[in-house]
Design a binder for this molecule. Sequence first.
Ligand code: SF4
Length: 238
Amino acid sequence: MGLEDQGGSGQIQAPAQGAAEQAPAPAKARAGETQLQEQEQIQSQKYAARAGNIKLFRQLDELEPDRRIVQESELLPGFWKRLPGVITTTVQNLVNWGRRNSLWYYPIGTACCAIEGLMAAGATRFDLDRHGMPPWFSPRWCDVMIVAGTVTEKMAPAIKTIYDQMAEPKYVIAVGGCAINGGPFYQGYNVVDGVDKLIPVDVYVPGCPPRPEAVLHGIYMLREKIARAGTRPAPAKR
Ligand code: SF4
């Protein structure tokens, strides 16, 4: 109804211009907000459905807290709810990501550190396999050599040969005092004072022996180093 009869006078007048816009401003703003919220809700449901997770989202609310944490860890990271399936990165970062998450290691276990640090890190409690790190006894397949234990003059040529057989890029972790600088056998007549006298070392894990947690920490330091490879260095702090 666009036209009105004013007071039965028979005169028909058009409503004042902009009458629709005379609604109170706060009410209009509220209506706009509600509409926006509804749109966002619909959009986020679409994203969740597209990721195949909508059922899981509903179930999460009904779960015990512990189970909920487990199930939440199975979901994609939060930003993928907004941008499902979208990834932006550089090839260098992608390669670094692949390298650092599948570090097959060649174990050089020559003394106590091999059992206390390296084998304990690889066994069930810490389980290096779960970190993408199976032990492998073919140097051509391995990315990282982990030297754990005393390096004797007799062992030195063998270690050097195995290192030379590994393909680039290759990394070395020295585990324990003996592998770092000879440890308790420093300057012993038959001991090499640190495996870095033979091959370049990327990470040193100190201790006599170090705990398996320390070995894991060293591995994660190496991962950080690999993640930065070929990328621009961080700007110097002023
Ligand atoms: S650093 Fe200590 S625990 Fe490790 S190999 Fe040497 S003597 Fe054994």
